[in-house]
Each structure stands twice: as C-alpha cells, then as structure tokens.
Design a protein around this ligand. Sequence first.
Ligand code: SAM
Length: 220
Amino acid sequence: MAHNSWKKRLEGESRMIASFYDGRAGYYDAVVHLLSLGMDRLYRKIAVERLGLRPGDRVLDLGCGTGLDLALLSRKVGPKGRVLGLDLSRQMLHHALQRVGRGKHSNVSLIRGDALEIPSRERSFDAILCDYLLSTVPAVKVIEEAFRVARPGASMVFADDRLPSGWFASPLRATGEFLRNGYFNTSLPGVDLLRRRLSSVTITNHFGRLIFILSGTLEA
Ligand SMILES: C[S@@+](CC[C@H](N)C(=O)[O-])C[C@H]1O[C@@H](n2cnc3c(N)ncnc32)[C@H](O)[C@@H]1O
C-alpha cells in the first residue's frame, strides 16, 4: 500500500515534469546556450570524452532532452555502436528526433520512458550519460536504475548544475527559499551512492563551480 502511494506520487510528478518540458521544448536549446554563455557545448564534449567510448559500444543517454549530446555519442560509438536516448517529454523527443534525422545518425534510437523505471534489461549498456537530469528527479532512484541497466565495468558520467533543485521551473520559488533559509541547498544529489558504487571517480567543476561533471566506472 505504502509502495503504491509512493509510486502514484512519483507518477504524478513525472507527468508534471513531462508537461513542463513539453511546453519549453521549442526554446530549450536557446535558453541553455544563453544561460551558459555558449559554454555548455564545451561541457558536453568533456562529459562525452570522459565516457571513454569505443566503436561498437552501447550507450544510454538518460533524459536526452532535445538530443544535444546525441551527435557526439553517435560519432564516438560509430556505425556498429548503438545510442539510446530516453526521455519523458514527447516534445523534447520530437526535437531530438529532428536533430537525429538532420545529422543522419542511423545508430541512434529514441524512446519515451521514465528514468525511474528504465525499460531495458539488466546489464544492457557499456556506458551511461546523464546530463542535467539528477537535479530534477529523485536522484538515488535514477542512479540505482542506471546501475541496474549498465554492465559491470560500464563507464558513467553524471553532469548537473549546483543550483537549487527546480530553479529552472520556478526561479521565484528558488529565490524565496534563499531569502527564507539564507542559503541554497547545492549538495550533489546522490553523490554518496555514486562514490560507493563507482571506481576511479573524478569530479570536475566548471563555470565558477556552478556545473559539475562526475565520472567513474561501475564496479563488478
Ligand atoms: C534539463 S533537461 C536535460 C536534457 C539533456 N540531457 C541536456 O543535457 O540538454 C532534463 C530532461 O530530463 C527529462 N526528464 C525529467 N525527468 C525525467 C524522468 N523521470 N525520466 C526521463 N526523462 C526525464 C526532461 O523531460 C528533460 O528533457
């Protein structure tokens, strides 16, 4: 019973998040490039580089959004590799699909799904990229799902901002919290779990420490 009500709550939240991104998909790329002063392109390159992909690898882009990372991933794994982009929002996926078509990335597939319940079998992927998703979801649950679908030894990269959770959806609420509490809660979501289960963990900071990129290898 308790499990069911928890699940219902999460499903409700997932619907809200999907509709939030559905409404913003058309200008998402422009906002990201503007807010990062164009630097997000560099951070994406760094994140993908840190996956250490090889030709033929199978890689999952969790919360792929409009597909800003898909071309980089597609080139790294080559024609024999596979890239799967998963996202909750139909509209974000619509833009990703157009991008994949324009770039003729025939090794990329897209799927609508929830990162809290990834529709893939255990040990399906050699690498997982999770760019700017953790701060919008129950991070520990998503990380556990990523561990489930990755093979032992898989490389993983989690990148996010250190802004208060939900700031993009409601900057006013984030500012209100700051005024009330006197600080922003900028702890890295799920970082303890990542440190426990990954080896060779590296965390780098970017954009005046507002952005972090965490990489590591899933232990057997
Ligand atoms: C901030 S955007 C990041 C998109 C992309 N990774 C990037 O780097 O531009 C967050 C994305 O995660 C998706 N998302 C949020 N919650 C999700 C969930 N539970 N499962 C799958 N995707 C989710 C949203 O629809 C949105 O496209």
